[in-house]
Design a protein around this ligand. Structure first.
Ligand code: SAM
Length: 422
């Protein structure tokens, strides 16, 4: 076939796309078709587990057999993902007869359509064809992706946003940039400390922000990369007590968004794990400010992992419980039933627990958790300042005091603490 390819963006929502083959190529192609909303018919005697998972979830229809030309009835596009040249040629021929574009994994020259290398950046999709050389297409695509990421940091770059009146994580496939270009707030989880542990989406929104309201535990290097014109509000420096400070933060979020700014509320870990993200979301929703929530990598799981402690492990723990230790067990203000937690066999992950660690560990032992249960305390996990202490439930409070560990730290109690020791 001669001539340059003619680029198009296919709008496949609700339109039948036939995929022939159930192996590795189909496994790679199907997710983007589903993301585009295509009505996917998969024809293959056997499937990879990943494809079977799509079938089991009802995301596509599977015909467990070899291809027959009638499979193309009503189709707009066919993807041939089989190695067998003769079988692929038969699909091509049936497609050509029906004037349906046909992508061939086995033979680009025989195909009537090519799949490009793609990068998606918020509302922008870039598709690159490499003149028959997929590696060239990928390297150009990677360069464009880097450029787009850098451009997102420039003033007037297209902002990611939220769906007004629907303060939630957008559903898969739903754009978070549909809202008009008005002020908005994104509650973004920054991860536990390593700046590379923010999500791709969180980082993109951060580069697009006019105002960043940051918590104390947010990785400093993320802030270092902000544009010079970004207003940075250090929420930990707001000079009131905790509840007034929270009101003040809510006020700043709402005021700046009402002034038309793109506001990122950057919070350590995940915004909804002891992060007061819910309060901020409600304050914005009450004020009619659109909110996007971008979950983060919570320290509750990632910090133990960084210290070699999996919070679950086969045949060791079938549960993990995340609990705040900021209120002493005997305090009337405590919402935690420590005596019940003492009866659990699994992993206990305690955040904000150093101050009350002696009382917490004594309560757990008093109510039946063996004093010899392994314990670990990890300070400043995932950062260059990470310190890890191994101990037991019975001695952990004394050991922490002797070692001089300080917040932020996570306490893990349970047999998982030694599970990966070799
Ligand atoms: C107010 S909570 C916020 C938790 C956060 N939203 C999350 O999902 O990780 C703060 C507590 O999280 C824990 N924490 C957060 N980052 C940590 C880190 N890098 N290392 C150890 N503990 C950390 C500490 O227990 C700290 O006192």
């Amino acid at each position: 076939m001669t001539g340059n390819p003619y680029p198009l963006g296919l709008r496949l929502a609700g339109r039948r796309v036939v995929v022939v083959g159930g192996g590795a190529v189909a496994t790679r192609r199907v997710p983007a078709l589903l993301d585009a909303g295509a009505d996917v018919l998969l024809v293959a005697p056997e499937l990879t587990p990943a494809l079977r998972a799509h079938v089991d979830a009802g995301r596509l229809h599977w015909e467990p057999r070899r291809f027959v030309p009638d499979d193309l009835d009503g189709a707009w596009l066919v993807q041939v993902a089989v190695d067998d040249r003769a079988a692929a040629a038969a699909v091509s021929a049936a497609a050509a007869e029906r004037r349906i574009f046909c992508v061939r994994a086995d033979d680009r020259a025989a195909a009537t359509a090519w799949t490009p290398a793609v990068t998606r950046h918020g509302p922008v999709t870039v598709a690159v064809l490499g003149g028959g050389d997929p590696r060239r297409a990928m390297s150009v695509r990677d360069a464009v992706r880097d450029l787009l990421a850098a451009r997102a940091g420039q003033p007037n770059a297209e902002a990611g946003g939220a769906v007004p009146g629907r303060p939630s994580v957008p559903a898969p496939g739903e754009s978070d940039t549909d809202a008009a270009q008005v002020g908005r707030v994104a509650l973004v989880g920054a991860g536990p400390g390593d700046p590379e542990l923010i999500t791709v989406k969180g980082w993109r929104l951060l580069t697009e922000a006019d105002v960043v309201v940051a918590d104390r535990l947010v990785p400093g290097l993320l802030l270092d990369e902000l544009r010079p014109d970004v207003e940075l509000v250090d929420a930990s420096k707001i000079p009131y007590g905790p509840s007034r400070a929270q009101e003040e933060i809510n006020r700043i979020l709402v005021d700046r968004a009402r002034a038309g700014k793109v506001v990122v509320r950057l919070k350590g870990g995940d915004p909804y794990v002891f992060g007061r993200g819910g309060e901020e979301l409600l304050a914005c929703a009450e004020a009619g400010v659109p909110v996007t929530v971008v979950p983060g990598v919570t320290s509750a799981i990632s910090v133990p992992a960084a210290a070699g402690v999996p919070v679950t492990h086969r045949a060791v723990a079938h549960e993990f419980t995340v609990v705040s230790g900021h209120v002493a067990p005997d305090s009337p203000a405590s919402l935690v039933r420590w005596e019940s937690l003492a009866g659990l066999r699994g992993t206990l992950v305690i955040l904000m627990g150093l101050k009350n660690l002696a009382a917490i560990s004594a309560t757990l032992v008093a109510h039946g958790r063996p004093a010899r249960t392994p314990a670990a305390v990890i300070q400043e996990g995932t950062t260059s300042g990470q310190r890890t202490l191994r101990s037991t439930l019975g001695t952990v409070a004394d050991d922490v005091a002797a070692a001089g560990l300080r917040p932020p730290a996570i306490v893990v109690i349970g047999d998982v603490v030694g599970a990966l020791d070799t």
